[in-house]
Design a protein around this ligand. Structure first.
Ligand code: SAH
Ligand code: SF4
Ligand code: F3S
Length: 428
């Protein structure tokens, strides 16, 4: 029997897609392995969002190519966003790629392998993958895709070009997938889309979808990513605040604190509009966890404009931020802008906000001391096997002393200390 392994890069959408592809392959008679030495088929699920993401995976593929010397039947495949973007170029790179499969061709993976095909990236046919209910790896957290693609065309971003137009999955299929996941022990569900707020299936919008999914008996917690600030509605805030199963956490990418830059990014909101949403969220849910994405060194970003991002990060005080220096993506509008910021400056700005956020995170986490958190126990702590670790509702890691048998259950933990990244506490 042919054994395959999938190595996943990029965002949660890719994690979910890897599970989807694994399910397609298993249904077709292939066997999944976690041991790369055992695999006859190695598939890389790739990301194109920044140049670094592509370079890294190309390096990985090239390394694995060496295995072909001892194993002549080994096949290396590339799926995901970089496969969609580079297509046959990947075959021509001489890094050992045998097949390339685009994001809307995953149904065809068994044929590609069985018939020794090289490439399938037809993009005109855009999928929502009806009636595939993935068997999942991992244990407690399941990612459920509710929509694919993106229509927003932020000027720096490659995603709309590689993932295509926005389309929503039918609500019945989402409910079924969530129910199955819950029955299999995944109590913490994250609904996924590049812009979940624009979910629209047969006139059902995102807040209503959240309500419906939260009522699935077999689950306990519901989350979502990513919210676009321009589309986050009052209705959603109301639903979040009034529903106990919906976790009080929002990931709301700010990208920049400067209005001119936001405009050039085509983000569709101003810094004041963004502030307003944060205010509404915090008024409705005072203990809400907030995280964000930031880009520094976008073309034309002056020191003053950068400073506004720095100041807004400080003002809002996120629990955590994913921070990036701008990376030009061929084919996007911003890559054509003639006022690119010097690499050295991008890097300096990035270092500075990483340092700022480290301090803010520490402060935020210390601020939790004395509170009691409901924790979904997922693991034995990495540091010591006397300690367990789990996730709080507001998306923080908490560690505490406890018995292994608590793994998979929900417990209350009183927070007694914190580092910049972990809450430390004791069971109450
Ligand atoms: N759909 C999500 C994010 C998708 S990409 C959203 O709109 O929020 C994840 C993050 O990568 C983005 O939020 C952005 O901060 C970052 N990113 C995207 N393109 C980038 C680029 N060209 N250079 C640097 N960072 C980028
Ligand atoms: Fe990219 Fe913008 Fe779409 Fe997010 S909303 S995926 S940043 S184009
Ligand atoms: Fe995700 Fe990267 Fe594709 S962020 S959508 S895997 S380009």
């Amino acid at each position: 029997m042919k054994k395959f392994i999938i190595e996943t890069y990029g965002c949660q959408m890719n994690i979910a897609d890897s599970e989807l592809v694994a399910t397609v392959l298993k249904t077709a008679g292939f066997e999944q392995t976690n041991n790369i030495d055992e695999a006859n088929i190695i598939i890389f699920n790739t990301c194109s969002v920044r140049q670094h993401a592509e370079d890294r995976v190309k390096g990985r593929i090239s390394n694995e190519q060496a295995r072909k010397r001892d194993k002549s039947d080994l096949i290396i495949g590339v799926m995901g966003c970089m496969a969609q973007r580079l297509q046959e170029e990947l075959l021509e790179l001489n890094i050992g790629v045998d097949f390339v499969v685009g994001v809307d061709q995953y149904h065809n993976i068994p044929n590609i392998i069985n018939d020794h095909l090289k490439i399938k990236t037809d993009f005109n046919h855009q999928e929502v993958y009806h009636d595939i209910y993935p068997t999942r790896k991992g244990k407690f957290n399941a990612f459920v895709t509710i929509m694919r693609g993106c229509n927003n065309y932020c000027t720096y971003c490659i995603v709309p070009y590689v993932r295509g137009r926005e389309r929503s999955r039918p609500i019945d299929e989402i409910l079924k997938e969530v129910e199955i996941a819950g029955n299999n022990g995944f109590k913490d569900i994250t609904l996924l889309g590049q812009n979940v707020n624009s979910y629209d299936y047969d006139g059902i919008h995102f807040p209503e979808l959240m309500e419906k999914v939260s009522q699935v008996e077999s689950i306990q917690r519901l989350r979502f990513v990513t919210s676009h600030p321009k589309d986050l509605s009052d209705e959603l805030i109301k639903v979040m605040a009034s529903n106990d199963r919906i976790c009080k956490h929002v990931h709301l990418p700010m990208q920049s604190g400067d209005d001119e830059i936001l405009k050039r990014m085509n983000r569709g909101y101003t810094s004041d509009h963004y502030r307003q949403i944060i205010k509404k969220l915090r008024t409705a849910m005072p203990n809400i966890g907030l995280t964000t994405d930031i880009i520094v060194g976008f073309p034309g970003e002056t020191q003053e404009q950068y400073q506004k991002t720095y100041d807004l990060m400080k003002e809002i005080g996120y629990d955590y931020a994913f921070m990036y220096k701008y990376s030009p993506r061929e084919g996007t509008k911003a890559a054509e802008f003639t006022d690119q910021v010097e690499e050295k400056v991008r890097l300096e700005r990035l270092k500075e906000i990483i340092e700022l956020q480290r301090e803010i995170t520490l402060q935020k986490f210390k601020g939790q001391i004395g509170s009691v958190k409901h924790v979904y126990v997922e693991n034995i702590s990495k540091k010591s096997d006397l300690e367990l670790s789990g996730k709080t509702e507001d998306f923080k890691i908490a560690v505490f002393k406890g018995e292994k048998s608590l793994i998979g259950t929900f417990v209350d933990v009183e927070i007694t200390d914190a580092t910049s990244g972990t809450l430390i506490g004791k069971r109450v």
